[in-house]
Ligand binder design. Structure first.
Ligand SMILES: Cc1cc2nc3c(=O)[nH]c(=O)nc-3n(C[C@H](O)[C@H](O)[C@H](O)COP(=O)(O)O)c2cc1C
Length: 197
């Protein structure tokens, strides 16, 4: 079964991202073609990147890096839930992405964003970051404008259009997450097959 993580990227008290991630998680639980988990960046308490070696070495010294690495590594693809901060993604999400490297490689990525303009500018930045981390980003995107999807700019009430966009996003991320598996060393060398035998 394909494993997809819903990554909640904002960490501030009162964040709207929690309600959005809860919605994604609730709709995910209705699907039978993948399993899902939520990775809330706030839970990992990552300080600004303080590992001495570049993440591509994969030699981590801090307990929180090891915990974050183990959590991220367990998935085949990611759905990033992000608000828009100054036309980009929250610093906490960028920092969390920077902490790791191989864990993200050759996996699928999709985006659910929100903000005045639906968070689309944040996702344009995030697509560039995902490319450098060797993630395959799907075309479908859920963009939630604060004016139409959040009552009084606070209470999240997704429209039918948002529900439909989310279904398409799931379809694309799950399909590409499956397709990317053959590129990963544990698959190529048969480790997954051996452990299943
Ligand atoms: C530091 C900061 C910068 C923001 N910059 C933008 C922006 O450039 N464009 C936008 O549409 N909304 C912007 N907003 C509004 C956020 O998109 C909105 O507050 C959203 O709820 C933030 O996500 P969060 O609630 O999960 O933290 C900004 C909010 C913050 C806190």
């Amino acid at each position: 079964m394909i494993r997809i993580a819903i990554v909640l990227g904002s960490t501030r008290p009162g964040r709207l991202g929690k309600a959005v991630a809860d919605w994604v998680s609730s709709r995910a639980s209705e699907r039978g073609d993948a399993t899902f988990g939520v990775l809330d960046v706030a839970d990992f308490r990552l300080p600004l990147l303080d590992e001495p070696l570049p993440p591509s070495f994969g030699r981590y010294s801090r307990p929180y890096t090891k915990a974050w690495s183990e959590a991220v590594d367990g998935f085949d693809g990611y759905i990033f839930v992000t608000g828009e901060y100054n036309h980009s993604i929250p610093g906490a999400l960028k920092n969390a992405l920077d902490y790791l490297y191989k864990e993200w490689n050759n996996k699928a990525a999709g985006f659910v964003s929100y903000g005045s303009s639906g968070g689309i500018r944040a996702v344009e930045h995030l697509r560039g970051v995902a490319a450098e981390l060797q993630m395959a980003d799907v075309r479908a995107q859920v963009a939630l404008p604060l004016a139409t999807e959040f009552e009084n700019y606070r209470t999240f009430i997704p429209t039918a259009a948002a529900e439909s966009s989310l279904r398409t996003l799931f379809d694309q991320v799950i399909a590409w997450a499956g397709a990317m598996k053959v590129l990963r060393p544990d698959h190529v060398h048969g480790k997954e097959d051996a452990s299943a035998a």
